[in-house]
Design a protein around this ligand. Sequence first.
Ligand SMILES: *Cc1c(COP(=O)(O)O)cnc(C)c1O
Length: 366
Amino acid sequence: MKFETLSIHKGNNITDSTKPVVQPVTLSTTFEHGNEQMLYTRLNNPNRQSLEQLVAALEKGEEAAAFSSGNAAGTAVFQALEPGSHIIAPDDMYHGLRFSIQQLFVGIHEVTFVDMSNPEEVKLAIRPNTKLIWTETPSNPLLKITDVRKISALAKAHGAILACDSTFATPVFQNPIELGADLVMHSSTKFFGGHSDVLGGVLVTKEKDGFWEKIRTVQRIGGAVPSPLDCYLLCRSIRTLAYRMKGHAQHAMILADFLQNHPKIEKVFYPGLKSHPGHEVAAAQMSGFGGIVSFMVKGGATEADQLVSKLRFFANATSLGGVESLIERRAAVEGPTSKTPPNLLRVSVGLEHTDDLLEDLAQALE
Ligand SMILES: *Cc1c(COP(=O)(O)O)cnc(C)c1O
């Protein structure tokens, strides 16, 4: 089955004799003893199983584990590592997961942050106890590109696990497992959900090894699991993921082009632009460049804030990946330790008509 077909049919498990076309929501927290598959909803649930089957198939992995948020999914990987592990992580990454490594694992794991777009830096950072290389590509919010194949060769040579936060790419545009990653992470709050109304996260494994069993234990015993209704909503949303992503990427390219040629814009970050330093690697490992564009407004934070306040169709809100366009000044959200330039705005380019989006940007930049 091709991607679009899998998205629509995988995990739609119908057991009801009335043969509904769409699998119903099973809200029950408990299941009668004697059936082999389900015991208690924290451990498993029909809707969670459907979501996990669907995402594992789309990411070409053996199995997936769904969590109550992207941060819970990412943190589960750090929790599953043996104490005393060294983690190599990107200098530009989702700030919530950077905080997770830095604040929840103080005295448990060590971490080194490097510029992952340069594999040499990763190579130099490897220590005898390096157990995990965490990548995020494209990265949040600078859209840096990591060459997953190259980092995978380094991880393999050292016997470290390679994980990839692929939230910005989605399996429509990138399959990290095919590029050599052992684990893939998604914040399903973003493009998977696609309508800014569900929180969730998911991990996909290349194979069911010992480390995956530990992750399953963190999921089932730690208990940061999504509700059956959230799993149902995510499956429903993923049915249209391929078509939404094509729209997001097409619109993002049009916006990036417009911004790049505007005299009031200092710099645009979008891997689809030939001027982006990661363009060639992105073109080699992705089949599309995603729906997120960041840009720096000439001047400073004040000029950036002024632009945001004049926009009509771009809501000034955090998060990304929904059908509606969102914009925010990341440095203001990431707090005082943020290294993000103060005049940088991140746009989640929505599915409104691009004529309306461009007209709105043009009037706000006047
Ligand atoms: C939002 C996001 C996360 C965290 O996901 P939550 O669902 O908010 O917990 C992790 N990584 C990336 C790249 C994100 O954009």
